[in-house]
Write a protein that binds this ligand. Structure first.
Ligand code: ADP
Length: 487
């Protein structure tokens, strides 16, 4: 027995015998060492269930394994409270004489191995988690991401496939420059070589040949032992569209700001000039020794100034009504030839004063020259155009009239041999407050509202207003109105 006892004592593995209740009957030195006790006596005195396990369930599973004579690996508590993992080959023996159940077995400290295994498991879990995270990133389709080495794509995400139109399989191994429009390739190459790390805009090229605004941002990163570049492709078509919208809105705001300024300077001029005339000449009238002729002259100036101011104010009221949608249309039967005749009578003296010929031409016989329209507005449109023609013509002739077109509309015209309008201003003159040359607006009097009002009126009456003009040669203003042949 001594020989065997010695064998057991020098074994590197722990050997034990214990009762079911949980106290040791016998242990070897290795068992004492494994569990970190000072000596056998100390270990023999412990309550196995309470002191050697962290949890009762641990001990129960040990027993279960032993019952099936299987090897088990368990967690146990050392004397200092630290954790060890043991591999236990145990079994149960039953002393029938005294009816006691013993646990016997050999126990090996496998803490190092288990710890290593746990570390590996944890690392694997972490790797899987980061793989899942990477996949999620990878497949998010808000942008394309590629890893490339000198242009050759090594890895890419679904987003790049969505943006470019190529499948991921096609993209991997492809030259990334093929995703860039030809004109942009040089810039991209240069930035790759310079290891540029800020974002920049180029033109992208999709598989179907479509070009699109593209923002690139790249970084150099280590990858499988190499230095490669990861690059984000962002399709900025929408952002560009929004930018253009904003630019347009800004332009519009600037334009209306310009208009406002033009309006204010125009109006202050248009109101101040006649006002000065009225006040100035009223003052002069107070002089006691005026001749009758002088008085008459001053009163005429005051009258003219008053009329000019009234015109301006009427224009402002009219354009405000048009703009606020309050201008109403009153349709009645109008004899066009008659209207032209009135206008001719009205403007003849002014034209004669300026030594300008004034003629009018009717396109239909008197009894057929009837249209249903707004008499006042038609009169006001023609007055405006003829007034402008007289104002901007210094020699030659003015002719106005109309012709029947396509048997369903009358095309009116007012033709002069005046100063003409530069090509680049021919659209703007129909805007509010705009005179052909804003810089020089004050050479001729006028609010710059006349054509805007006329254009609005023509449109209300179902027609169109346009101009045909050559600088220094003259202008012809045209407008149409619907015409119905009466049976
Ligand atoms: P205004 O009160 O300045 O005459 P309008 O709206 O009637 O305002 O005309 C706008 C601008 O168009 C004028 O300032 C002028 O520069 C130009 N214009 C209009 N009619 C003629 C014309 N018959 N010949 C030359 N320029 C014209």
């Amino acid at each position: 027995e001594n020989v065997y006892r010695n064998f057991v004592e020098v074994l590197p593995d722990g050997v034990y015998k214990s009762t079911e209740e949980g106290s040791f009957i016998d242990v070897n030195q290795a068992m004492v060492d494994i569990l970190g006790y000072d000596n056998k006596a100390e270990l023999m005195a412990v309550d196995i269930k309470k002191q050697l396990y962290f949890d009762e369930i641990d001990r129960e599973s040990v027993v279960l394994k032993q019952d099936m004579k299987e090897m088990g690996v368990y967690r146990m508590k050392r004397k200092d409270g630290s954790e060890i993992w043991v591999e236990d080959h145990g079994w149960l023996t039953h002393d029938k004489d005294i009816n006691i159940l013993y646990h016997e077995g050999i126990m090996r400290d496998v803490t190092e191995r288990i710890k290593a295994e746990i570390d590996i498991l944890k690392a694997k879990e972490k790797a899987e988690e980061s793989e899942i995270r990477f996949k999620a990133l990878h497949n998010a389709s808000f942008g394309g991401i590629a890893i490339h080495d000198k242009g050759i794509i090594l890895e890419c995400n679904q987003g790049l496939s969505d943006v470019s139109g190529f499948t991921i399989d096609q993209l991997i191994g492809m030259d990334g420059l093929l995703l860039i429009a030809e004109d942009s390739r040089e810039v991209v190459m240069k930035n790759i070589l310079a290891q540029y790390e800020k974002d920049y805009e180029v033109v992208g090229l999709r598989k179907d040949g479509e070009e699109y605004p593209l923002r690139l941002e790249a970084r150099n990163i280590p990858y499988k032992g190499n230095e490669v570049r990861v690059v984000e492709f962002r399709d900025i078509t929408e952002a560009k569209k929004a930018e253009i919208e904003i630019m347009k809105a800004l332009e519009k705001a600037k334009e209306s700001d310009r208009l406002k300024t033009a309006f204010l300077s125009n109006m202050s001029h248009e109101i101040r000039t006649p006002m000065n005339g009225i006040l100035g000449f009223s003052n002069l009238l107070k002089e006691p020794d005026l001749t009758g002729d002088e008085q008459k002259k001053y009163i005429e100036i005051i009258e003219r100034s008053g009329n000019r101011m009234l015109n301006t104010i009427n224009d402002i009221i009219d354009i405000s009504k048009v703009e606020s949608g309050q201008m109403e249309v009153a349709i009645s039967e109008v004899n066009v030839n008659q209207q032209l005749d009135y206008l001719h009578i009205f403007f003849a003296p002014e034209a004669e004063n300026k030594d300008i010929q004034l003629n009018y031409v009717t396109g239909l016989p008197l009894e057929e020259s009837l249209i249903k329209t707004d008499r006042e507005k038609l009169y006001s449109i023609l007055t405006n155009l003829i007034k402008n023609a007289v104002k901007y013509t210094h020699e030659g002739r003015i002719e106005f009239g109309y012709v029947l077109r396509d048997s369903n509309k009358l095309e009116f015209y007012v033709k002069d041999t005046g100063i003409g309008i530069p090509k680049d201003r021919q659209k703007a003159i129909f805007d509010r407050f705009v005179q052909a040359d804003i810089e020089d607006a004050q050479v001729y009097e006028g609010s710059g509202l006349g054509l805007a009002i006329s254009a609005a009126y023509v449109e209300m009456l179902g027609g169109k207003l346009w101009v045909d003009s050559v600088e220094k040669k003259g202008s012809t203003f045209y407008f149409t109105l619907p015409y119905q042949i009466e049976n």
